[in-house]
Ligand binder design. Structure first.
Ligand code: SAH
Length: 370
């Protein structure tokens, strides 16, 4: 069965030739009618994958307390933008705002801005935040792009946002970086191939990475959102926290498809599976530094949550004996370093305005430099 999106991709390839991997990924995730995120809520047990805020309320609560500390460090401005990129079901923001009620002035100063393209998930976010809107007497705003968030100092949270941005791929053949493209094979199936001519841009994009061995894959994330975010914080003040699975600069093909919690072929059923790539935190840090920000990390998620007090929060919740086993399991899943646990695979990078100082839970020695 070919999906409607596959038909459209074949027509595009027939007309224009093989397409960059990033264009393919962008269509699969964001096509206005058939895109994966446009047509469904992909999260949770019945969806295709789950995320830290969906595993436990502790994740959003600890990030809420981190945001309060960041706001205090900014001098507790009377109005600021609390922004989330790709908020999913709105669970993280709802948990964060509930925890932040410990410091009422934070909630009074916060204007909530959600950057989200998916109409389905915007509805879920509205439901999750309805109670906050009622309490605060203030409407949450939605925006399609970071550029559309109004001016003012900002605290920006992004969990599993950057991994959903399209990546282009280049393969080192020994003679150059050749762009990997999606074409149509002899049997009419979608297939990967390489451009015959080496890319002229790729050497610059690979400059922060170690020298490649033949077959090495360079992945380059679409930089627009990261540049917009960094430019905004440089101009208006504040800090952003990006949490994702990824590495601090290396080679490898990390494009993956997930369907019903299992790995799938990224070229099968376009628009029906989640496509992601590991985040290159070194590139994200460098994009921030280029805009004049300071970058800290990446820290491992397990260490970051430990510093924010995960153990104490879990102990508190475990006083409810009926929930204790589930809480302990969730804490292990979020911060553990074993197979299938997120503590080491996921990393945390902070991008801060130069006047901000060292971000809460980071150490000055953890400033990123390469
Ligand atoms: N942060 C949530 C959801 C992660 S899934 C969580 O941790 O549970 C990725 C999220 O990013 C979804 O909300 C998706 O709709 C959104 N998204 C993906 N690409 C986007 C883009 N280009 N612009 C804005 N939002 C995007």
């Amino acid at each position: 069965m070919t999906t409607p999106l596959e038909e459209e991709i074949r027509l595009l390839i027939a007309a224009e030739g093989p397409m960059p991997v990033g264009r393919y990924m962008g269509l699969c995730l964001g096509h206005p009618r058939h895109g994966y995120y446009v047509t469904r809520d992909p999260l949770g047990a019945r969806g295709d994958f789950t995320t830290a805020p969906e595993i436990s309320q502790m994740f959003g609560e600890l990030l809420g307390l981190w945001a309060v500390a960041a706001w205090q460090q900014m001098g507790a401005p009377g109005l600021f933008r609390l922004v989330e990129l790709g908020p999913g079901r709105g669970t993280l923001m709802a948990d964060a705002l509930r925890a932040a009620r410990l410091v009422p002035a934070f909630g009074e100063a916060a204007r909530i801005h959600l950057v989200e393209t998916s109409p389905v998930l915007r509805k879920a976010q509205a439901r999750a935040l309805a109670a906050h809107e009622e309490r605060a007497g203030e409407q949450v705003s939605w925006h399609a792009r970071i550029e559309d968030v109004p001016a003012g100092p900002a605290i920006v949270l992004a969990n599993e946002f950057f991994d959903a941005l399209p990546v282009d791929q280049y393969v080192w053949t020994g003679a150059g970086w050749h762009e990997r493209k999606v074409g149509v094979g002899a049997q009419g199936q979608l297939t990967f191939g390489l451009d015959a001519a080496p890319s002229r841009m790729a050497p610059t994009l690979a400059a922060h990475l170690p020298p490649p061995a033949p077959g090495a894959v360079l992945e380059v994330m679409e930089s627009g959102p990261a540049r917009a975010l960094a430019g905004r914080i440089a101009a208006e003040g504040g800090i952003a926290l990006a949490i994702d699975y990824g590495h601090a600069g290396g080679h490898g093909d990390t494009l993956q498809a997930l369907k019903a919690h299992r790995f799938a072929d990224p070229l099968a059923d376009p628009g029906e599976a989640d496509l992601t790539a590991h985040v290159d935190f070194a590139r994200l840090a460098l994009l921030g530094q280029e805009a004049g920000l300071k970058a800290f990390g990446p820290l491992e998620q397990g260490d970051f949550l430990a510093r924010l007090g995960l153990a104490a929060r879990a102990d508190r919740l475990m006083r409810d004996a009926a929930a204790a086993a589930a809480i302990a399991a969730a804490a292990r899943r979020l911060a553990g370093t074993g197979d299938g646990e997120m503590g080491r695979l996921f990393k945390v990078l902070a991008l801060a305005h130069p006047h901000f100082g060292t971000p809460p839970a980071f150490d000055p020695s953890e400033e990123f430099n390469r």
